[in-house]
Design a protein around this ligand. Structure first.
Ligand code: NAD
Ligand code: UFG
Length: 338
């Protein structure tokens, strides 16, 4: 089976490509390197000892998409290509809606032209806004997103629902990721944010390498066990495996619209994360508690039961594995790129 992976050179896309190749899928990657580097492609090949086809370009480009679909018999698409920085999306809404929504319209129209009707889409727990109930099930209300990034995911979810309503031959799986962290055990692929990281794990890793001086903990006065924010951190390799399960389900059912949370169902606080990182990696993380970050919520974790029951997916790697693998990647990357 041949899978087009858009954004396959990125953080989650590269880990998913590894799992796809390891499971004997054929892969075609489309990426414009707007947030990734060419060396990732070589590193995927090193990890898997397998090859894949690559096209450089922008997913908005229908001409390029038509070329890809005519040169390859694509059976399904996994779409990771998007911008993902929450803060930046507030500054650049037009760029975010173009890159996160218009690109999907290009993709869907070319998929239809070529009668390719299977799609796995990267959504986010951000679509739940400030959740009314914890743990969050797929039935929880979506909406009230607080930034264009989150709203772009909500829009695409609606577009996908409308496309399915218009054509029930589509098989679409919307995956709502919680907080992916960690890296492949080889240390060859991982998360490489541009500029100063906005997310916690890359920030902690850069404090550990001493590239950054001190971690700001955004608030210790939340209504949580230690006052810091609680999140459902999921190992990126588990998340990648979740995509294989979602594909298998689409192949089995052939048609339908499915929505799944991908998380562990366990919430950890910022202090849990810092302490675990320090313990398993034997490093010190300097931190100071500062004001809450605007738009943050106290607690967010998933009810992962639907994915367990319907996909047979359970995240296996624990917080220690996440912290160890993140540091293993960061050290190697830092040494090779300084
Ligand atoms: P990433 O930035 O590492 O990967 C995205 C990849 O897509 C990059 O390689 C980038 O160069 C490419 N890309 C972006 N726009 C493109 C375009 N128009 N045409 C071709 N390539 C393009 O991000 P990631 O963390 O791997 O996220 C992948 C997907 O998962 C995104 O849709 C993101 O919104 C979603 N997501 C991520 C998280 C997270 O915490 N990382 C959480 C929830 C959802
Ligand atoms: N945090 C800090 N200091 C930092 C960064 C984060 O204390 O420097 C705290 C936050 O306040 C929060 C927790 O660490 O309590 C996690 O923050 P992240 O920024 O790593 O992740 P978020 O939960 O805010 O958001 C992430 C992605 C979003 C996605 C959301 C749900 O960035 O794109 O998960 O999937 F929508």
């Amino acid at each position: 089976m041949k899978i087009l992976v858009t954004g396959g050179a990125g953080y989650i896309g590269s880990h998913t490509t590894v799992e796809l190749l390891n499971n004997n899928y054929e892969v075609v990657i489309l990426d414009n390197f707007s947030n990734s580097r060419k060396e990732v492609l070589e590193n995927i090949k090193k990890i898997t000892a397998k090859d894949f086809k690559f096209y450089e370009g922008d997913m908005i480009d229908k001409k390029l998409l038509r070329k890809i679909f005519s040169e390859n018999q694509i059976d399904a698409v996994i779409d990771f290509a998007a911008f993902k920085a929450v803060g930046e999306s507030v500054e650049k809404p037009i760029e975010y809606y173009t890159n996160n929504v218009s690109t999907v319209l290009s993709l869907l129209s070319v998929m239809k032209e070529f009668n390719c009707k299977k799609l796995v889409f990267s959504s986010s727990a951000t679509v739940y806004g400030n959740p009314e109930v914890i743990p969050i099930t797929e039935e929880c209300k979506t909406g009230n997103t607080t930034n264009p990034y989150g709203t772009s995911k909500l829009f695409v979810e609606q577009i996908l629902k409308d496309v399915y309503t218009s054509d029930n031959d589509f098989g679409i799986s919307i995956l709502r990721y919680f907080n992916p962290i960690g890296a492949h055990e080889s240390g060859l692929i991982g998360e490489v944010p541009t500029g100063i990281p906005a997310n916690i794990m890359p920030y902690i890793s850069k404090v550990a390498t001493k590239e950054l001086e001190i971690l700001s903990v955004f608030g210790d006065d939340y209504d949580t066990k230690d006052g810091t924010g609680v999140r459902d951190y999921i190992h990126v390799v588990d998340l990648a495996i979740g995509h294989i399960k979602a594909l298998e389900k689409l192949n089995k059912e052939n048609k339908g619209l499915f929505i799944y949370n991908l998380g562990t169902g366990v919430g950890y606080s910022v202090f849990d994360l810092i302490k675990t990182f320090e313990k398993v990696n034997n490093v010190k993380i300097n931190y100071k508690v500062v004001e809450r970050r605007k738009g943050d919520i106290a607690t967010c974790y998933s009810d992962p039961q639907k994915a367990q029951k319907e996909l047979g997916f359970t995240a296996k790697r624990n917080l220690e594995d996440m912290c160890k693998s993140a540091w293993n990647f960061e050290k190697k990357y830092h040494d090779e790129h300084k």
